[in-house]
Structures are given as structure tokens and as C-alpha cells.
Design a binder for this molecule. Structure first.
Ligand code: TRP
Ligand code: SF4
Length: 330
């Protein structure tokens, strides 16, 4: 039996090349060795977007298309929407019964977001329980491995603690999910800060070639290199950070960085080279994305099929849970 991988993403819009270099390329590879469940967590999106849920629906579609474009394969992996499998909500309820308030109040992500997110009121009952729903997502499928970035470590630790506490009360049901820490290479946005949708500095997976070139053309470079004749320093240039992640041609990289330091090339030439590498990577991804987009049965059918498959395991786990708690059989 192959081990199970579970991971999820909130449907917050189009995904960018930072997601691709970090999480997504890893998720694609994991399909070769594991039984993978990849879930678009729309209930988690509602937790922060409850005051305006308008975009959740279209964002789910965009995320799905990006996933399929980069190579998540619905024939090998179970790809689905959290809200399509009602057992997520049911297990969340069961786990919330045993989740101590103190654990949730101590969660560093919770404390940080309550302070930092000013434009939304996140002091809700459900938002405190964000990691409880996340634990339910994983435990519903008895996931062994959860590929996530460093920012999710505390949530995963909570998932293990909740699993342990449930097992302690009701018998061994849940394996403790292990964190599979994803290496995330540094991909700065067009303004030099971390690439993020909320900063408006992202190069998206589905951007057209024109859009990508326009973003690169106007992208910040080494600030010391004001004119073409000024020598530059690639180590101080965000364009170069992106080269390091996406340009696999070592010879060309040497030629460009030498050219930058000696003012032998201009930034435009350097950016054109990067553009070519990005298009080599994104071209086939966008082609696959378009093919799924024009599927006759509609791409959302992928999610319905996925939910059917996920539902089989979810139902099994939930009846074990009901049985071990000791409720009357249905
Ligand atoms: N909390 C995760 C994030 O913000 C998303 C998520 C929800 C998740 N449920 C999950 C990730 C289960 C891994 C496993 O990125
Ligand atoms: Fe950056 Fe390239 Fe310009 Fe050097 S030549 S400053 S690495 S964009």
C-alpha cells in the first residue's frame, strides 16, 4: 500500500510562479510515489472572506485550472473541493468537541493574523478553529504525509496533537500525520518584495506572454544600476533571484552575471533571457490549462469525480468515528 499524501490550498485567486517553484512542483512529483489527495479548501476561504464570498466560486475554478495545468493528474490523484465532501464539516464538529481552547489561542498564526489583518474582522468562533478544520481535512483520509511550507508547521503540530487526544479518548483511529516540509526557493515579486497576490507584484501561471513581458520589462533591478553603462550586482537584483530559480542554463547564467558586473549587457537583455526561460516553462502548462478549460463536460466535472472518490474514504472514516464515540448506528 502506498502512503497517503494530503494537502490543501485556499481558493484565493490565480496562482503565481512562486507557488509553482515551491508547493506545486513538489505536489506533481509526489504523485509518482504516493496516493495523493489535493483539496481546494473553500470552507477555509469562507473563514476570512465571509463578508464577501463573491469570488470564492470563480477562484475555485482558477485554482483547479492552474493545478491541472502544472500537471496534477485527476486520473492518478484525488482532486476535489472541501465543501463537496460533507464529512469535512462533520469531522470538524467532532474534533472541535475535544480541541482545548488554550491550544487554539496559543497558535502563532492565529495571534499574528488577528493583529496583522486590519481590513477584516477575524474575531469569529470559526477562525479560532481554523486548525481544527485543517486537522479534519487530513485525518478524514488518514493522511500520512502533508507537504506544506514552514508557515504551516504549527498547524500540523496541532493536527498531531488533536489526533493523539482523539485516540486517547476513543481508541486508535487516526495515524499522526507527518509534515513534509517543502523547500521554497526565494522568488521575489516585481517590486523586490516576496511574491504575493496581496502585494500585486506576482507573475501568474496563467498570465499571457504579453503580460509577463510587461511585468518583467518594468521590474525593479539592482538600484545601483541606473544607466546601461553602470556596472551592476546580480546579488542585489530581484530579476536575478528569479533567474536562479527558473534559468537552468548555467553557461548562460555565467555570461549574464559577468555581463551585468562588467556593464557588458543591459538589463533588457537579461530580462529577455529570463522571459524566454519562463515561457519555455509556462508554455506547455498554459496549453494543458487551455485544453482542460475547453473540455466538453466542463472542467468542474473533475471536482465532482474527485469528490465521489474522496467520499468513499471519508464515509468510512466517519462511521468509524461515530462508532468509536459510541453513538447509535445510523
Ligand atoms: N492552511 C493551509 C494554508 O493556508 C491550507 C490547508 C487547509 C491545508 N487544510 C489543509 C494544508 C490540510 C494542508 C493540509 O496554506
Ligand atoms: Fe539585474 Fe540582470 Fe540588470 Fe544585472 S543585468 S541588474 S542581474 S536585470
Amino acid at each position: 500500500m502506498r502512503k497517503r499524501v494530503f494537502s490543501g490550498m485556499r481558493p484565493t485567486g490565480r496562482l503565481h510562479i512562486g507557488h509553482l517553484a515551491g508547493a506545486l512542483s513538489n505536489w506533481v512529483r509526489l504523485q509518482d510515489d504516493y496516493e495523493c489527495f489535493y483539496c481546494i479548501v473553500d470552507w477555509h476561504a469562507m473563514m476570512s472572506e465571509y463578508a464577501d464570498t463573491n469570488l470564492i466560486r470563480s477562484n475555485c475554478r482558477e485554482v483547479l485550472l492552474d493545478w491541472l495545468g502544472v500537471g496534477l493528474d485527476p486520473d492518478r490523484s484525488t482532486i476535489f473541493l472541501q465543501s463537496h465532501v460533507p464529512q469535512h464539516a462533520e469531522l470538524h464538529l467532532a474534533l472541535s468537541m475535544i480541541a482545548p481552547l488554550g491550544w487554539l489561542e496559543r497558535n502563532p498564526t492565529y495571534k499574528e493574523q488577528i493583529i496583522n489583518i486590519q481590513n477584516k474582522d477575524l474575531s469569529t468562533y470559526a477562525f479560532l478553529g481554523y486548525p481544527v478544520l485543517q486537522a479534519a481535512d487530513i485525518l478524514l483520509y488518514k493522511g500520512d504525509l502533508v507537504p506544506v511550507g514552514e508557515d504551516q508547521s504549527a498547524h500540523l503540530e496541532l493536527s498531531r496533537e488533536i489526533a493523539r487526544r482523539f485516540n486517547y479518548f476513543y481508541g486508535d483511529i487516526f495515524p499522526e500525520p507527518q509534515t513534509l516540509l517543502t523547500e521554497t526557493p526565494k522568488v521575489p515579486g516585481t517590486d523586490g518584495r516576496k511574491m504575493s497576490k496581496s502585494y500585486g507584484n506576482a507573475i501568474n501561471i496563467a498570465d499571457t506572454p504579453d503580460e509577463i513581458w510587461e511585468k518583467l520589462r518594468t521590474m525593479m533591478t539592482d538600484p545601483a544600476r541606473e544607466r546601461r553603462k553602470d556596472p551592476g550586482n546580480p546579488d542585489k537584483c530581484p530579476v536575478w533571484d528569479i533567474h536562479k530559480v527558473f534559468n537552468r542554463d548555467a553557461e548562460e547564467r555565467t555570461r549574464l552575471s559577468d555581463g551585468c558586473r562588467g556593464a557588458g549587457i543591459g538589463c533588457l537583455e537579461c530580462k529577455k533571457a529570463l522571459f524566454a526561460h519562463l515561457m519555455d516553462l509556462l508554455g506547455p502548462i498554459q496549453e494543458r490549462r487551455r485544453a482542460f478549460e475547453s473540455r466538453e463536460d466542463g472542467v468542474m466535472e473533475v471536482l465532482r469525480k474527485g469528490a465521489k472518490r474522496a467520499g468513499i474514504t471519508a464515509k468510512e472514516t466517519m462511521s468509524q468515528v461515530i462508532g468509536s464515540v459510541g453513538f447509535v448506528d445510523r
